[in-house]
Design a protein around this ligand. Structure first.
Ligand SMILES: Cc1cc2nc3c(=O)[nH]c(=O)nc-3n(C[C@H](O)[C@H](O)[C@H](O)COP(=O)(O)O)c2cc1C
Length: 340
């Protein structure tokens, strides 16, 4: 069905918009390999366990979610659906999982909060222009009820996305990119190449738990922990930044082994099946995030489509856990997998 959503979304979108959402950087190696990397990890199922009742609920950053699944931050949902990020947030609320709102959203974080006050929202921060501008966004995010801040750390500059024929800010308004003295939505193109000191400073601005998104190595993960993060999202940005990186399950295993006891580890990139979620948990993740499949659901059926994609993944997870002999997420341990 996930494939079905993508095919239906592709039919509805103009090719440049489909390519914007679907594409990766350079030769598209990582974007294509991410789902395959999860397939390469193999399961070692247990049998003869009591799996009459399977419970997929989980605690992420102290809050309960219906499943160890969340919506990864992705830009410009207005290109997918007229209700844009407001619909995405309603879909997340209906599915009972957190939604990471992107700095590059096409609705303001306050409007999204109002549209779905019952959604668990985390705010993703891009630092563009300068740190002061970012600080103002963090204060707004805290004021309008976000439960966490996700600092994306893998964009010192944009990856080379040859397929991207489209300049986002020519097509849609990006309210968080507007100059404070200008309501016209001017975009600040210059990415700031953050350092660990900057990360430490950002953490000092807020009482929200802060996660670093885009980490692929144990030494970086350890330095993020020293800087004070509450969590790490292992990610190669869905293959849109540096192409030909190590794959998400390999990086996850390395990071979880190094700092899994010290902080909460999450992963994204190519998660498409319930079995992928089982593998991520077994390799040390507290939860996973999904990007593109949620966009396809949004294109096809707005908030209901978003909820349908998430529900399908949760249902697949439940089935996979039952077939693996795991009744709770705590039962999903490393011995269930071989590889990557
Ligand atoms: C269209 C698109 C836009 C994205 N925008 C952002 C963004 O604004 N901020 C961010 O941190 N990551 C962004 N990402 C990366 C996602 O958060 C996530 O790492 C990736 O999509 C996960 O891979 P998946 O799409 O295979 O699930 C974007 C990804 C896509 C596909």
């Amino acid at each position: 069905m996930a494939k079905d959503f993508e095919a239906r979304a592709r039919d509805r979108l103009e090719p440049a918009v489909y390519d914007y959402y679907a594409g990766g950087a350079d030769d598209q190696v990582s974007v294509n390999d991410n789902p395959r990397a999860w397939q390469r990890v193999r399961l070692r199922p247990r049998v003869l366990r009591d799996v009459t009742a399977v419970d997929t609920t989980v605690t992420m950053l102290g809050a309960t979610a219906a499943a160890p699944i969340g919506i990864a931050p992705t830009a410009a949902h207005e290109l997918a659906h007229p209700d844009a990020e407001c619909a995405t947030a309603r879909g997340a609320a209906a599915a009972g999982v957190p939604y990471v709102v992107s700095t590059l959203s096409t609705r303001s974080m306050e409007a999204i909060a109002e549209a779905a006050s019952d959604a668990a929202r985390w705010f993703q921060l891009y630092v563009r222009g300068d740190l002061d501008r970012a600080r103002a966004l963090v204060q707004r995010a805290e004021a309008c009820g976000h439960q966490a801040l996700v600092v994306t750390v893998d964009v010192p500059t944009l990856g080379l996305r040859r397929h991207e024929a489209m300049a986002l800010n020519d097509r849609v308004g990006l309210p968080h990119m507007a100059r404070p003295d200008d309501t016209g939505g001017d975009t600040y193109a210059r990415h700031v190449a953050l350092t660990f000191d900057d990360l430490h400073e950002i953490i000092s601005w807020t009482s929200l738990p802060v996660l670093a998104k885009g980490v692929l190595r144990a030494d970086d993960a350890a330095a993020c922990v020293r800087a004070g993060v509450a969590g790490i999202i292992v990610s190669n940005h869905g293959g849109r930044q540096l192409d030909t990186t190590i794959d998400p399950p390999t990086a996850l295993e390395e990071v979880a082994a190094a700092v899994g006891d010290a902080t909460e580890i999450y992963v994204d990139g190519g998660i498409r099946r319930g079995t992928d979620v089982v593998k991520a948990l077994a390799l040390g993740a507290v939860g996973v995030f999904v990007g593109r499949p949620v966009i396809w659901g949004l294109v096809v059926d707005g908030a209901d489509g978003v909820c349908a994609v998430l529900d399908e993944l949760r249902t697949e997870l439940e089935r996979a856990m039952r077939l693996c002999g795991a009744a709770t997420v705590a039962d999903v341990t490393h011995d269930l997998v071989v590889g990557p």
